[in-house]
Design a protein around this ligand. Structure first.
Ligand SMILES: Cc1cc2nc3c(=O)[nH]c(=O)nc-3n(C[C@H](O)[C@H](O)[C@H](O)COP(=O)(O)OP(=O)(O)OC[C@H]3O[C@@H](n4cnc5c(N)ncnc54)[C@H](O)[C@@H]3O)c2cc1C
Length: 395
């Protein structure tokens, strides 16, 4: 397990997305040395927004990064669902509200993925226990009693005391640990774009997170970076399948799905010249994320649909728990990984399952949509907070 100089070997983190960097940072704070292997030529996140529930600020506080994340974030006063056909407000949940803050003790914020990623990159670069390595595509690994041998696509071999698979939705390390094939294609596609503040029509700009719920579609928009830019995500049902996070999108497909919706929705969509797209996938929850000195984290462990806006939040929560367990049993990482999975799998399974339910709710048609309005309409803010307490109040 030790290097030639008597120092323990580093832990190898596969993937330098939000989960991988959060894991590296959290582990290094506990004294572990970490090598992060990222396949891309540079560490970067795509241009899009990300919502951060109060639960993730609880995790970020534990690893000293809450204030850094909040520095560039926008704190929306409320989250509102509107009907994309009638324009009526279905429900409005105050976020910058003493009742919200006293219940959850942490804020709700939205930020640019790049800004969130940069907080982790800076934290990792400032820690000499972490090395960040690009152009390192992990092809395979073999675990033995003493650690792991990792093989890169280049043929190079790297030895580590343990391996954390943070390689996302299309994870190679998951293939090895769980072996449950490709992710499930949901049949939902997300188109995304970011506008400058001045490109958003003044009467449509809102500081809130607004979700326009339509039949088999929804559009979400909110400001980012202290309000300087504006994030749009349009989701609809489609049979298309393209692997990855950044394919170029076909706007005519979008128009076909949003036809007939409120002018506010269509005028917002019209502002966009180039869309990028994601084909949304998830998996059934499993709990076999660890095998000896190898373990999964983030989307590699529990890929979920984005309807609860929690995939990155869950990856960050995972990282905090993993580091806690590893520091409690530094000489027995396989046992630490088992304990981490025990503490995480039911919470993340619930988010995976409930994200599908929320998606159905957002995209409801006919009587299902009427029922949604009837159920959500009369709820008080306190009832809304209570309904999401299992998620925002944890872990
Ligand atoms: C439309 C949409 C909206 C979303 N909105 C939100 C939101 O509002 N809030 C939220 O919390 N979450 C949201 N999510 C989910 C969130 O983006 C993901 O859950 C999160 O990015 C997962 O992070 P990760 O580090 O596990 O995986 P990834 O971000 O996918 O990172 C994996 C990394 O591993 C690298 N990699 C892959 N294979 C290899 C290999 N073989 N060798 C080396 N490196 C490799 C990749 O290049 C990548 O850098 C959203 C997702 C979508 C699709």
């Amino acid at each position: 397990m030790a290097k030639g100089n008597g120092q323990p070997l580093p832990i190898v983190v596969v993937g330098g997305g939000i989960g991988g960097l959060a894991a590296a940072h959290a582990l290094a704070r506990k004294g572990f040395s970490v090598r992060v292997l990222e396949q891309a030529p540079e560490f970067r996140e795509i241009g899009a927004g990300i919502q951060l529930g109060p639960n993730v600020f609880r995790a970020l506080e534990k690893i000293g990064l809450k204030e850094a994340v909040l520095a560039d974030a926008h704190r929306p006063p409320a989250m509102e669902m509107r009907c994309a056909l009638s324009g009526q407000s279905v429900t409005r949940i105050p976020l910058e509200d003493p009742r919200f803050l006293s219940k959850f003790k942490q804020p709700y914020a939205v930020t640019h993925r790049h800004d969130l990623h940069m907080v982790f990159i800076d934290a990792c670069k400032n820690n000499n226990r972490i090395t960040l390595e690009n152009n390192r595509t992990v092809e395979d690994f073999v675990a033995d009693g003493d650690g792991v041998d990792v093989t890169l696509q280049s043929g190079e071999r790297i030895r580590g005391r343990a391996l954390i698979g943070c390689d996302g939705m299309w994870s190679k390390t998951r293939e090895k640990i769980v072996g449950d094939g490709k992710p499930l294609v949901s049949g939902h596609i997300a188109y995304r774009a970011v506008l400058k503040r001045e490109e958003v029509p003044a009467d449509l700009w809102s500081p809130d997170v607004i979700l326009w719920a339509g039949p088999r579609t929804h559009l979400v928009h909110y400001p980012l970076r202290r309000g300087e830019i504006y994030n749009l995500v349009a989701v609809f049902h489609s049979k298309r399948y393209v692997e990855g996070w950044n394919a170029e999108a076909d706007a005519s497909e979008l128009w076909a799905h949003f036809k007939g919706q409120r002018p506010e929705v269509l005028r917002m969509l019209e502002r966009i010249e180039t869309w990028r797209m994601w084909v949304l996938c998830d998996r059934e929850p499993v709990k076999e994320w660890s095998s000896g000195p190898a373990v999964l984290l983030g989307d590699a462990a529990h890929p979920m649909l984005q309807y609860l806006a929690q995939g990155a939040c869950m990856a960050i929560e995972d990282s905090v728990e993993l580091a806690e367990q590893a520091s409690a049993r530094p000489d027995n990482l396989p046992a630490a990984f088992g304990a981490y999975v025990e503490r995480r799998y039911l919470r993340t399974a619930r988010v995976q399952i409930m994200a599908r339910v929320y998606g159905d709710f957002y995209h409801a048609r006919g009587p299902a949509a009427e029922l949604r309005q009837q159920l959500l309409g009369p709820r008080t803010p306190e009832q809304s907070y209570e309904g999401i307490d299992w998620l925002y109040g944890g872990p």
